[in-house]
Design a binder for this molecule. Structure first.
Ligand code: CA
Length: 216
């Protein structure tokens, strides 16, 4: 899971980045919001502070929603009155966590946000006989654990986010290398071939020149 954190406070920002990374997430931290170089395709969720230098988080949020960006957004703000929280939710936030907060609650809410976004009911995602636990990087088929490398697990998770949809190789390349250059197609093919060998080739359909699809 790849999180965009927009927070100008140095100490709080560092604490959040550390906690998210410890929880297995990758984080892009902007102390001053910048659209340049931001690949929205790669962002799974946004943590948004409101009181920011030169801009207001609510304006950012409004603009994202007007532009049709549907990413889950959790506002994390010192503005904690009921009218402020309602305004945030009504203008497009998916969750609103007033400061100060407990880091454990921020993590739980973030996981819940992501779970809803990928339409899963629990922290163990189910696709047919396949189950995966993204937080713990574990997978099972018919209840039996499957040993996967980190890359194989990332591939499986990327496919499971939207089962029965065809995911292109370039999208997989971005998901596997969220904060750097996309992974090359040939490298993905190697990992994909290993993944198919481990979970059963018939579970992943290859559409030549189009992409891959996880079958239920
Ligand atoms: Ca602030």
């Amino acid at each position: 899971m790849h999180v965009l954190l927009i927070e100008d406070d140095l100490d709080l920002g560092q604490a959040i980045v550390t906690a998210l990374r410890r929880d297995g997430m990758s984080v892009l931290w902007q102390r001053v919001p910048a659209a340049e170089g931001l690949d929205r395709e790669r962002i799974d969720a946004v943590l948004l502070d409101l009181g920011l230098p030169r801009t207001d988080g609510m304006d950012l949020l409004r603009n994202w929603r007007i532009a049709g960006w549907t990413v889950p957004v959790m506002v994390v703000s010192a503005r904690g009155t009921l009218p402020e929280r309602l305004a945030g939710l009504d203008q497009g936030a998916d969750d609103y966590l007033p400061k100060p907060f407990a880091m454990a609650e921020l993590l739980s809410r973030l996981r819940a946000l992501h779970r809803r976004h990928v339409r899963q009911a629990s922290e163990r995602w189910r696709v047919g006989a396949l189950e995966i636990a993204p937080k713990d990087k574990l997978a099972w088929i018919d209840g039996e654990p499957v040993e996967l490398s980190a890359r194989e697990f990332q591939l499986l998770e990327a496919l499971a986010r939207n089962p029965q949809a065809v995911v292109s190789k370039s999208t997989l390349g971005l998901r596997l290398q969220p904060l750097g250059e996309p992974l090359e197609g040939s490298v993905i093919e190697v990992h994909m071939s290993n993944l198919r060998r481990k979970i059963g080739a018939s579970r992943i359909r290859t559409l030549r020149g189009v992409g891959y699809q996880l079958m239920p």
